[in-house]
Design a protein around this ligand. Structure first.
Ligand code: FAD
Length: 286
C-alpha cells in the first residue's frame, strides 16, 4: 500500500467572506524511524554462534512503525536468531500480539497528526483520551478573529434550509465576535495601558470567545502511540460515535493503515445494520 501522508480538504467562504470547512483535514506530522545501524552494534555483541547478526539481513522490509514494534516484541525473548519469526511471517506475529492482548509493544510506535476542519465540539470529545496521547490545541485566548473559521456538520450540508441557516449563523458569529472584541478594547482601554500587545490581546480575546459557538474550528496537533490510536479508532470510528468525529477517524485509519500495515491490518470499515460504516476488528482493546 502506498503511504498516505495527508487527507487535505478545501476551505469555503460565505458570500460575506466568512471561512468554513465541511470535513476534517488530517496532516501526518511525524512517524517512527528505525535506526538499524545502532541495533547492529548491539546484536554484534553476542556470541557469533547465536547468529544474531542476521537479524538485520531479513529480505522482507517492514514499515518503520511495524519494524519497531516487532523488534521491541522480539527483544522480550531475545528472538534475533534464525528460529525467530521472520518478516515474511510478520502478519502471524502481529496476529499473536493482538489475540493475546500483548498490546504494550505497540506503544513504541508513535504518530503525530495535525487535525483541521474540526469543530470545538469534536476536540472537546477528543481531548478526553489521556493514555498514550499528547495534544496542543489552538488557543482562543492568544489567537484573534483573523484566524476564525467554522465547521459545517454533515447534517447541515445535506439540507438547503439548514445550510442557509449555518451560513447566516457563522456570518453573525464572526461579526459579533469582532464587535465584542472591539468593545472590550474600549472598555478595558485604561486598564490595558502598560500591558504588552500579546497580554492585551489575551485579556480581550478570553472574554470575546464567550460568544463563539461549538461549530468554531479548533485545529489541534494530536500525538498517540499505536495502542492509543487503536483504542481511539475503535471508540471514535464506531457507529456510536457522532458523525464528525467518526469521519475524522475513518481518515486517520486510512493514514495509519498505510503507515503501519501490520499494526492496523485487522481493521476494516463495515456497514452496520443501519448502513453506517464503522471500524470493525476481532481484536478490540489489545
Ligand atoms: C460513543 C461515546 C460516547 C460518549 N459519551 C460520553 C458522555 O455522555 N459523557 C462523558 O462524560 N463522556 C462520554 N464519552 C467519553 C468517554 O467516557 C471517555 O472519557 C473517552 O472516550 C476517553 O476514553 P477512555 O476513558 O477509554 O480513555 P483513554 O485515555 O483513551 O484511555 C485508554 C484506556 O486506558 C485505560 N485508562 C486510561 N486512564 C485510566 C485510569 N485513570 N484508570 C484506569 N485505566 C485507565 C482504560 O482502559 C482506557 O479505556 C463518550 C465516548 C464515546 C466513544
Amino acid at each position: 500500500m502506498n503511504s498516505i501522508d495527508a487527507c487535505h480538504v478545501d476551505v469555503h467562504h460565505t458570500l460575506k467572506g466568512t471561512p468554513f470547512l465541511t470535513e476534517p483535514g488530517v496532516v501526518l506530522l511525524s512517524r517512527p524511524e528505525m535506526l538499524s545501524d545502532e541495533l547492529a552494534t548491539f546484536l554484534a555483541g553476542f556470541d557469533a554462534s547465536l547468529e544474531f547478526n542476521d537479524y538485520l539481513s531479513d529480505p522482507v522490509t517492514l514499515s518503520p512503525a511495524d519494524a519497531l514494534a516487532k523488534t521491541a516484541g522480539q527483544t522480550c525473548y531475545a528472538s534475533f536468531g534464525p528460529k525467530r519469526t521472520w518478516n515474511e511471517n510478520a502478519g502471524r506475529y502481529f496476529q499473536n500480539i493482538k489475540s493475546s492482548g500483548h498490546g504494550s509493544v505497540l506503544e513504541h510506535a508513535t504518530f503525530s497528526m495535525l487535525f483541521y476542519g474540526v469543530s470545538r465540539s469534536l476536540t472537546h470529545e477528543l481531548v478526553r483520551h489521556r493514555a498514550g496521547t499528547a495534544m496542543s490545541q489552538i488557543s482562543q485566548r492568544y489567537v484573534d478573529g483573523r484566524v476564525l473559521r467554522f465547521v459545517e456538520r454533515p447534517e447541515f450540508q445535506s439540507h438547503p434550509g439548514l445550510h442557509t441557516l449555518f451560513m447566516s449563523r457563522i456570518d453573525r458569529a464572526a461579526g459579533e465576535y469582532e464587535d465584542l472584541a472591539d468593545l472590550l478594547e474600549v472598555v478595558h482601554r485604561e486598564s490595558l495601558e502598560g500591558f504588552k500587545r500579546t497580554e492585551r490581546r489575551k485579556i480581550v480575546n478570553q472574554a470575546a470567545r464567550a460568544s463563539l459557538p461549538n461549530e468554531v474550528e479548533a485545529p489541534i496537533v494530536f500525538s498517540g502511540n499505536c495502542r492509543a490510536w487503536r483504542h481511539m479508532l475503535e471508540a471514535r470510528g464506531s457507529a456510536h460515535a457522532e458523525p464528525e468525529i467518526r469521519a475524522l477517524f475513518h481518515k486517520v485509519l486510512r493514514i495509519l493503515q498505510s503507515q503501519a500495515p501490520m499494526i492496523f491490518s485487522d481493521y476494516r470499515l463495515e456497514p452496520n445494520e443501519q448502513g453506517v460504516d464503522e471500524v470493525a476488528t476481532e481484536f478490540r482493546k489489545v
